[in-house]
Design a protein around this ligand. Structure first.
Ligand code: GAF
Length: 399
């Protein structure tokens, strides 16, 4: 009876124990598997992924490095982050309670892996992040996909790349509670060096577009702000789009997502849509068109036209989709009269994070100095500049 009691208790107790000090085991680490898991940028096509539309992302040369070793226990797992100087341990056979923060991206993925396979056993994992957190370059997807890829390799779980993508997205939706689309995980895993992915988020068909920016580079400017409720505001945008589709579907059952609407159909239903549903859908329809036009401009080398589309995208995100914030708007506005900046817009979910800018290479240093000081004068916040390059998706090394 006593034994049963203990078992029962363990099932309801939190399975996570956090620690600050790096356990000795990490000093003699064997690194059986090493994963380089990149962050992503998105050139254009924001908030279109969960509406089954088009996006234009790629992985970048900024990554999280994850090292894995088996610890030859059945259930004991230990994670340490060299970046946050903190770690946690948990048992595979106990119920996972949510951690407080970054732990959830890991726990959510481990839980999903357990649904897929019974081959998972105890492991240790050492993480070093070279990706700024909260900058909107998806350190969360990099962490999820990095954990999934590493454990898949370490325990030979038999998952393919698309399984990793989908399982990581599911972990974020269901365990972390952010109703994100598939863009971040897809680009972190599937990207090809020097290319951008045109991804159809409904069929998951993709095309790799050569990333030839001629005399220009992509520069991210990180506002270093992350406004409250970003997750719940993000989720509510998605809900508004889905609610609009549900209303239209009553008369047109063939409409499965905003992707299926035309401007004509949207206008026909305008009076039935409540709140901001019409504006949200209008933005998504226009943004899908912009992604397809952007691909044409990139293929033909018309970088100025590509830049104009970036500005239009920002305006839609600012006024129709309402996911921008004063800091992002300031940075985009600041670039407008600089003829050496072809385009600028907020990137990612919004409410903070960074802008992506297409800028002539030889003007970058001076511009960073100028815009950083203007930004500091206005908001009293330090601006961070990150120059990025389209890179390969997840890389896995096995010893
Ligand atoms: C976040 C989400 F995770 C993506 O799925 C996407 O919706 C993006 O915001 C907005 O385009 O990064």
């Amino acid at each position: 009876i006593i034994f049963e009691d203990i078992k029962l208790k363990n099932n309801v107790l939190s399975s996570i124990r956090s620690f600050k000090e790096k356990p000795n085991v990490f000093d003699n680490f064997k690194s059986e598997v090493v994963v380089e898991s990149p962050g992503r940028i998105n050139l254009i096509g924001e908030h279109t992924d969960y509406n089954e539309g088009f996006v234009l992302p790629t992985a970048i040369d900024k990554k999280i490095i994850l090292k894995f070793q088996k610890n030859h226990t059945e259930n004991f797992c230990r994670i340490y982050s060299e970046t946050f100087n903190t770690g946690f341990e948990f048992q595979l056979d106990k119920a996972f309670e949510k951690g407080s923060d970054w732990e959830n991206y890991i726990l959510g993925v481990v839980k999903e892996l357990q649904y897929h396979s019974s081959k998972l056993e105890g492991f240790d994992c050492l993480i070093e992040s070279r990706l700024p957190v909260g900058a909107g370059i998806s350190s969360s997807a990099a962490l999820e996909c990095g954990i999934a890829s590493g454990l898949n390799e370490l325990f030979d779980l038999g998952l393919d790349k698309l399984d990793i993508v989908k399982l990581s997205q599911k972990a974020e939706n269901e365990f972390v509670g952010s109703n994100c689309g598939i863009m971040d995980q897809y680009s972190s895993v599937m990207s090809k060096e020097d290319h951008i992915i045109l991804l159809d988020c409904r069929s998951l068909k993709s095309e790799f577009i050569p990333a030839d920016f001629k005399d220009c580079k992509l520069l991210l400017l990180n506002t270093n702000v992350s406004h409250n409720l970003a997750d719940s505001d993000y989720n509510s945008r998605r809900e508004e789009c889905e609610a609009a589709v549900a209303i239209i579907q009553k008369e047109m059952p063939e409409i499965k997502s905003v992707r299926d609407l035309s401007f004509e159909i949207l206008n026909r239903f305008k009076d039935q849509l409540t709140g901001k549903m019409y504006e949200r859908c209008l933005y998504v329809l226009k943004e899908n068109e912009r992604v397809l036009s952007a691909v044409k401009t990139l293929k033909s080398g018309s970088l100025k036209s590509f830049g104009d589309l970036m500005y239009s995208s920002h305006e839609g995100l600012q006024h129709n989709y309402e996911v921008s914030c004063p800091e992002l708007d300031f940075l985009v506005d600041y670039s407008r009269d600089k003829e050496f900046i072809y385009g600028s817009r907020m990137m990612g979910g919004g409410f903070g994070g960074c802008t992506i800018n297409l800028i002539e290479k030889d003007k970058i240093d001076d511009y960073i100095e100028e815009v950083s000081s203007a930004y500091f004068n206005k908001f009293n916040i330090k601006l961070d500049a990150i120059s990025v390059h389209p890179d390969e998706g997840t890389k896995i090394f096995k010893k």
